[in-house]
Design a protein around this ligand. Structure first.
Ligand SMILES: *Cc1c(COP(=O)(O)O)cnc(C)c1O
Ligand SMILES: [Zn+2]
Length: 429
C-alpha cells in the first residue's frame, strides 16, 4: 500500500491505492443493485441487475474518502468535474476523456426573483458545457470508464443531446459510436453527431423505440449500450452537478431544486451526490426538496407522483418541443419517484406555451436556455402560485443546456417571421 498523502493542489499529482488494490485515483468499491442490493464487480463492464432488471449504482469506500479528503483539499483544483476524482469511478488518469466539462456557473437571477417576489433564485447554467448540454458530464464519465474497460463499440438511443455528447467524447476516446434517434430530433444534434464521425440512424418514432433498436443492436453487432441508467457510470458524471452545487453554496444546499426530468439521471445523480456528501458529514442543514418538471404533453412522472404511485406508466402520444424530456417512460422511474417522495419534493407539468414564455424571460435576463431548462422557471411560477414553494425559499433552477441547440424548435414555436428590409426607410417604428 502506498502512503496516501495530501493533494498539493494539482489534480493528478498523487495516485492512491484503491480498495481493490488497483492503482488508481478512485475509492470506487463495487456496483450495487438499487433494488436487491446484490453486489457486482466494478472491474468489468456491467449493465443492469440480471435478476431485477434495475439500475446498478457505484459504491465507494466513503470511510476511506473521509480519512483522506477534506473540503479544503478541493480549493485550487482544476475547474471541471474531475476535481472530485475520489468520488468518481475512473481508476487511472490515462483513461479520463475530458473536454473541460462541468464546474459551470451558478447565476443569481435578481430581476426574475424580484418579479416573482422571491429573494433567492439561482440558475445553474449547464449550457456552457462542451456540446452545449449537461449530457457531456454523463458521457465523459461513461466513455472514460468504457475506455478503461476496453469497450470499443458504444451505442445510444437519444433524443438528441446525448447523441452529440457520445459522438464527441467517443471520437476523442477513439471508439466507434452508434446512434439511434427520432427523425424529428434537433438538426443541431444530428449534424453534431455526424460531424464527429458517429454512425447515425433515424427512426420514425420516440426515444423508447430507439431504445428497442439499440437493444437489438447490442445482440446483433456487439455494441455496448450506454442508454440512460442502463449502465452505471453516466449517473456518476451527473453526480458532479450535485457536488458542484454543494461546494458552490459552501455545503449548505438550497431549499428547492427544480429539474427538467426525462430519463432522470440528473435528478438521481444530484441526489446520490447529496447522500454521499451527507455520509461524509460535509453537508450542513437539510437536503433540498427535489422537484421534477415535465411538459404537459409528456408527464408520466408527474402523473405517477400525483397519484402517489411508485412507478409510472407509459405516456401515449408524447409531445413537446422540449425534446430532452420527451421520455414516455423512464427506465429508472421508481428511483425518480422515490427521490421526489423522500426529499419532500414534488412534480409539476407545464405547457409548451409556458415553456416558451419562460424561455423569453430567461433570455432577457441573459440566459438563452434550452426549452427543458426554461420549463423549470415555468414550473417554479406554478408552484409559487399553488403555495407549494414559499417565496422566501432559496431555489435553484437547473438549466440543462443552451438554447443554441434548439434554434429550429424555437423558430417554429414563435413562428419566426422577421422583416426583410433594404434601407432604414423600410423601418416603421
Ligand atoms: C436529456 C435531457 C434532459 C433530461 O435529462 P434526464 O437527466 O435524463 O432526466 C433535460 N434537458 C436536456 C437539455 C436534455 O438533453
Ligand atoms: Zn437486483
Amino acid at each position: 500500500m502506498e502512503e496516501v498523502r495530501k493533494h498539493n493542489g494539482s489534480l493528478f499529482s498523487e495516485k492512491i491505492v484503491g480498495d481493490s488494490g488497483v492503482l488508481g485515483l478512485t475509492y470506487l468499491h463495487t456496483l450495487e443493485c438499487t433494488k436487491c442490493k446484490r453486489q457486482f464487480s466494478s472491474e468489468k463492464p456491467q449493465t443492469v441487475c440480471p435478476t431485477c432488471n434495475a439500475p446498478l449504482y457505484a459504491r465507494y469506500n466513503l470511510e476511506k474518502v473521509s480519512e483522506t479528503l477534506t473540503k479544503e483539499d478541493l480549493v485550487g483544483r482544476r475547474a471541471d468535474m474531475w476535481r472530485y476524482f475520489e468520488l468518481l469511478p475512473v481508476r487511472s488518469k490515462e483513461n479520463i476523456v475530458s473536454l473541460g466539462e462541468g464546474f459551470t456557473p451558478i447565476l443569481k437571477l435578481r430581476s426574475i426573483a424580484g418579479e416573482l417576489g422571491m429573494e433567492e433564485l439561482y440558475l445553474k447554467d449547464d449550457g456552457l458545457n462542451p456540446t452545449g448540454t449537461f449530457k457531456a458530464r454523463g458521457l465523459a464519465m461513461a466513455v472514460s470508464r468504457a475506455k478503461e474497460l476496453n469497450l470499443e463499440k458504444l451505442a445510444i438511443p437519444s433524443a438528441g443531446n446525448a447523441a452529440g455528447a457520445l459522438a464527441t467524447y467517443g471520437a476523442n476516446a477513439g471508439v466507434e459510436v452508434y446512434i439511434v434517434m427520432p427523425v424529428d430530433a434537433p438538426m443541431t444534434c444530428k449534424i453534431e453527431s455526424y460531424m464527429a464521425g458517429a454512425h447515425v440512424f433515424l427512426v420514425d418514432g420516440l426515444i423508447s423505440k430507439c431504445g428497442e433498436i439499440i437493444a437489438e443492436g447490442t445482440d446483433r453487432f456487439g455494441w455496448f449500450s450506454v442508454s440512460t441508467t442502463k449502465e452505471p457510470y453516466r449517473i456518476e458524471g451527473k453526480k458532479t452537478m450535485g457536488l458542484e452545487i454543494a461546494e458552490y453554496f459552501n455545503w449548505t444546499l438550497p431549499d428547492v431544486i427544480l429539474y427538467p426530468t426525462g430519463g432522470g439521471t440528473g435528478l438521481l445523480g444530484m441526489w446520490k451526490a447529496f447522500s454521499e456528501l451527507q455520509e461524509l458529514d460535509w453537508i450542513k442543514g437539510s437536503l433540498p426538496r427535489m422537484v421534477s418538471v415535465q411538459s404537459e404533453g409528456c408527464a408520466p412522472i408527474v402523473k405517477a407522483y400525483n397519484e402517489g404511485r411508485k412507478e409510472s406508466t407509459f405516456w401515449e402520444d408524447a409531445q413537446t418541443f422540449a425534446d430532452g424530456i420527451r421520455v414516455p417512460k423512464a427506465f429508472a422511474d421508481s428511483l425518480i419517484l422515490k427521490t421526489l417522495y423522500e426529499s419532500d419534493g414534488g412534480a409539476v407539468a407545464v405547457s409548451d406555451a409556458k415553456i416558451l414564455s419562460s424561455s423569453k424571460t430567461l433570455a432577457k435576463a441573459g440566459v438563452f436556455a434550452c426549452p427543458e431548462g426554461a420549463a423549470t422557471l415555468a414550473g417554479l411560477t406554478k408552484l409559487l402560485d399553488a403555495g407549494v414553494i414559499a417565496k422566501d425559499a432559496s431555489v435553484l433552477l437547473y438549466n440543462t443546456g443552451t438554447g443554441l441547440k434548439y434554434t429550429n424548435g424555437y423558430a417554429e414555436q414563435v413562428e419566426l417571421d422577421l422583416p426583410l428590409i433594404e434601407s432604414a426607410r423600410d423601418i416603421s417604428l
